[in-house]
Design a protein around this ligand. Structure first.
Ligand code: NAD
Ligand code: IPM
Ligand code: MN
Length: 361
């Protein structure tokens, strides 16, 4: 199979991790007889510097014309003082909306090899953690009306959701639960927010179609607490754009590091958008310190969801396990000072970690 992938290296650690992701895809292609071709395009700070726009139309066009899009990360201190419409992050919103990828699947999976890197007690995480956060991605407060009053003494951002927007993402939540442990938790703030109350009404009207799924509701503040108190109670969480953003970073730390968490953003048709959940990590950019595994595992999600290459996807995941089994670690998953000092030459950088996964394949 010949797959056309638009790549958006972006800013900070983005180019380094995307490079490793593509090398791993190439290794999969070689092993299984597929060819992956890449069209690198500009977005974020890199695009601002080159064109003055965070998301040039040519980038969106190239993404829409591809079979799948791989994005590293955008943003950084250099562009932090620009007005909202000219910030690198605006490119992400434009891409997500332009590609109509409303469902962002963020699995929080703890590899048993990384139990030492998990900050929770072993009796809390038990033999591992496997949660899927389904984050609504093209609505809510990220896209609602925002602004300032005339004399610049007040500002507002608006959370708004329509019934069809809620229905389509909750449907993904139910369907995902049916492929897993049949548990769905809608996380919201229905004790305060009218949008959350609408989410609950819509979910109630849908639940009869999914009789095998055990459905629950939880307020987001409690969910944030329950994630560290007893994370294994969750199977699939479906939630709004901003709550999903926050809870997925929290869940990532339970798995050891945000450098391990992949994501897939999908719509009803057209290419999927694949990105690790972390950002451009300006503090470690250009130092060969970034963990490329989130991006590599994101490529595995791409193979599974966009190309139906289940065995190829599983081969990437198995290669990552093999590398972790052999004790190789980047700094973020090295554990505490003592564990790190015991690692010796098994403490590696971005490039070497990519090499190891390629070799394991
Ligand atoms: P961040 O995720 O970039 O970094 C948070 C912390 O995690 C940092 O200490 C960083 O070093 C570490 N980290 C992140 N990814 C890592 C990896 N692969 N390996 C090892 N350590 C890793 O979040 P931030 O610092 O809040 O944001 C930095 C910039 O990235 C901002 O401009 C923000 O807007 C942007 N951002 C972009 C995306 C995206 O493009 N999808 C996502 C989140 C943040
Ligand atoms: C993410 C990021 C983005 C988001 C930002 C950079 C716009 O945090 O992909 O998780 O909030 O969606
Ligand atoms: Mn985020």
């Amino acid at each position: 199979m010949n797959c056309k992938i638009a790549t958006i290296p972006g800013d900070g650690i983005g180019p380094d991790i995307v490079r490793e992701g593509c090398r791993v895809l190439d290794a999969v292609g070689l092993k299984f007889g597929h060819s992956f071709s890449y069209t690198p395009v500009l977005a974020g700070g890199a695009a601002l510097d080159a064109t003055g726009e965070p998301l040039p139309q040519a980038t969106l066009d190239a993404c829409l014309a591809s079979d799948a899009v791989l994005l590293g990360a955008v943003g950084g201190p250099k562009w932090d003082t620009l007005p909202g419409s000219k910030r690198p992050e605006k490119a992400l919103l434009g891409l997500r909306a332009g590609m109509k990828v409303y469902a962002n699947l963020r699995p929080a999976l703890m590899f048993r090899q990384l139990a030492d890197a998990c900050p929770l007690k072993s009796e809390v995480v038990g033999d591992g953690l496997d949660i899927l956060i389904v984050r609504e991605l093209t609505g809510g407060i990220y896209f609602g009306d925002r602004g300032r009053n005339a004399d610049n003494t007040a500002a507002w951002d608006t959370e708004a959701y329509s019934i069809p927007e809620i229905e389509r993402v909750v449907k993904i939540g139910f369907e995902s639960a049916m492929k897993r442990k049949n548990k769905l938790c809608v996380v919201d703030k229905a004790n305060i927010l009218e949008t959350s109350r609408l989410w609950r009404e819509v979910t109630e009207a849908m639940k009869a179609s999914y009789p095998t799924v055990e459905l629950s509701y939880m307020y987001v503040d409690n969910a944030a607490m329950q994630l560290v108190r007893n994370p294994r109670q969750f199977d699939v969480i479906v939630t709004s754009n901003m709550f999903g953003d926050i809870l997925s970073d929290e869940a990532s730390q339970i798995t050891g590091s945000i450098g391990m968490l992949a994501s897939a953003s999908l719509g009803d048709s057209g290419p999927g958008l694949y990105e690790p959940i972390h950002g451009s990590a300006p503090d470690i950019a250009g130092k060969d310190l970034a963990n490329p595994l989130a991006t590599i595992l994101t490529c595995a999600m791409m193979l599974r969801y966009s190309f139906s290459m289940e065995k190829e996807s599983a081969a990437i995941e198995a290669a990552v396990e093999k590398v972790l089994d052999a004790g190789w670690r980047t700094g973020d998953i090295a554990g505490g000072a003592e564990a790190r000092s015991r690692l010796g030459d098994k403490l590696v950088g971005t490039k070497k970690m990519g090499d190891l996964v390629v070799e394991a394949l």
